[in-house]
Write a protein that binds this ligand. Structure first.
Ligand code: ME8
Length: 507
């Protein structure tokens, strides 16, 4: 099967932070997970390059729009490459291919009478790039996300009517319970749909916003950034010009955080419905990363976690593993350099030390070769069978936030079980007793085989560690979701390389 995974496209007014890194890592984890299940995946991530917020940053930078956007977009792209993110397409909404499709879609719905022009007065939050109702604001009259009072704006604009589609959308959510996941966000959207929907303002006069896609039917206006940005999900597939569009779109998956639920689960499905295109197959919604102790990350508190700093200190895989292992499915999740170091040490103790100890034992006592499994007893077999069965079950499920979080948890549990097994069977004692040779070999074989299964299962989360583990055990084949216990080949060479997670140099 061919699947399509997308992340939000990120604004360019700042540097990429841990939240952006997370969603794009999550997409990569899901891609690798599905590839291991034998599916092919097309994965897009990228940058949102229009609108008032980006425009103000360009104006403040003293650079040309093109220079500024390229520099900022490259910061995201380069970081994602450094994080081992294997995207197939990097979206930039300033590309002419994208702009052309936005204009074609606008012209289509304009020609069909779905867009009207009228004057409008509203409260605009630049942080959200959205008009706000009074009821959306906090007690100080500010946007609850950006803590800034929105600006009163009065102007003539073009509007797209959403209300005629409200009932259809309610039905779609109710009859597709796996559309918006986790379900609490589907309920949140249903809550938003209790009230009639206001018309969506889809234009901005050029006198106020010059950075955008010109409306094809009125050159004094650009397209509202959300109408433009959401279209990236289909312009990436060359919508309207690609005979295979339906095939890929039928298995499409959006990853977003809770902040952009409304545009993705109200505006976007309605825009698609107006075009006679089905909504995305699944929309996975995650919570926010916040600072340790539950406080918001902010420069003034000094608790902002910079992904580049983390990678320099702990490496890519420790960051990836922490993010997937610690994002809770029910709310926000905490992150700090200290928490990340704890996560690193957990991996070092759980997987790194185990691998090093057993490999050194093989090198010292077994001429660097995988020993015989002939002496494996029922307990040995149970350890590897249980691990294999658990991973087989996880990989038999489709990717989802639950699945990848369960995967991370199972890796830790399998590591714990193997460490406990190793400690209980004391192979370092058995090694000294020639009469226990067969038993010694069986314990080492069992540990190596468990490690092989764990390494294989780790691939989506920690690709380079997984490959190092497989290589150290002499299994260099393509990593697939085939978890056969006792599959390690006796007599093959093992290799003691560098530690997977070396001891941290503490300041
Ligand atoms: O909203 N924790 O862009 P954006 C987890 N351009 N994820 C976080 C996060 C945090 N603290 N902060 C940000 C936009 N994110 C629009 C999107 S899509 C057609 C247009 C992640 O730069 C998360 O994925 O504000 C969130 O939805 C996204 O960054 C918002 O990025």
């Amino acid at each position: 099967m061919e699947k399509y995974i997308t992340t939000p496209i990120y604004y360019l007014n700042g540097l990429p932070h841990i939240g952006h890194a997370y969603t794009s890592i999550l997409g990569d984890v899901m891609k690798k997970f599905e590839q291991m299940r034998g599916n092919s995946v097309y994965y897009s991530t990228g940058t949102d390059e229009h609108g008032q917020k980006n425009q103000h940053s360009i104006e403040a930078s003293g650079l040309s729009a093109e220079e500024f956007l390229k520099r900022q977009s490259d910061n995201f792209k380069n970081l994602f490459v450094d994080l081992g993110i294997d995207f197939d397409y990097f979206v930039r909404t300033s590309k002419p291919e994208h702009k052309k499709i936005v204009q074609e879609i606008l012209q289509n719905i304009y020609d069909r009478g779905l867009i009207v022009k009228k004057s409008y007065e509203g409260l605009y939050c630049e942080g959200c790039e959205q008009f706000k109702k009074k009821s959306d604001l906090d007690e100080n009259g500010c946007c609850p996300d950006h803590k800034v009072a929105p600006k009163a704006i009065s102007e003539e604009n073009y509007f797209f009517k959403l209300e005629p589609y409200r009932q259809w959308l309610i039905e779609h959510i109710k009859s597709n319970p796996d559309w918006i996941q986790p379900a609490k966000y589907a309920n949140e959207v249903l809550g938003m749909l209790k009230e009639p929907l206001e018309d969506l303002c889809i234009s901005r006069p050029k006198s106020r916003v010059w950075l955008g896609v010109e409306l094809p039917f009125d050159k004094d206006y650009v397209t509202y950034i959300w109408f433009d940005a959401l279209v990236n999900y289909i312009s990436t597939l060359n919508y309207g010009h690609n005979p295979d569009f339906d095939k890929l779109w039928a298995n499409s998956n959006h990853l977003i955080a809770k902040d952009i639920l409304k545009p993705h689960c109200i505006y976007w499905p309605i825009m698609l419905h107006a075009l006679n295109v089905a909504p995305v197959k699944h929309c996975f919604v995650h919570g926010y990363w916040i600072g340790e102790g539950g406080v918001k990350m902010s420069k003034s508190l000094g608790n902002v976690v910079d992904p580049v700093e983390v990678v320099n200190m702990l490496g890519v895989d420790a960051l990836r593993f922490y993010l997937i292992n610690n994002m809770t499915l029910t709310g926000d999740s905490q992150i700090s350099i200290d928490l990340l170091k704890q996560g690193y040490k957990m991996l070092a103790n759980n997987i790194g030390n185990l691998q090093m100890r057993v490999l050194k034992m093989v090198q010292k006592n077994l001429e660097g070769k995988v020993p015989s499994k002939a002496g494996m007893n029922a307990d040995d077999k149970k350890l590897v069978n249980d691990i294999a069965d658990r991973f087989t079950r996880i990989y038999s499920q489709e990717m989802s936030l639950e699945t990848v979080s369960e995967l991370a948890d199972s890796i830790v549990k399998a590591g714990d079980a193997t460490n406990a097994y190793f400690a209980a069977n004391t192979p370092w004692v058995l090694a000294k007793d020639p009469a226990q040779r067969e038993r010694f070999e069986a314990v080492v074989y069992t540990t190596l085989d468990a490690l092989r299964l764990i390494g294989c299962a780790m691939y989506p989360l920690t690709p380079s560690t997984a490959k190092k583990i497989e290589r150290s055990l002499g299994c260099c084949d393509e990593i697939k979701a085939e978890f056969k216990a006792m599959g390690l080949i006796e007599g093959s060479n093992v290799e003691v390389g560098d530690p997977l997670f070396p001891i941290l140099e503490e300041k």
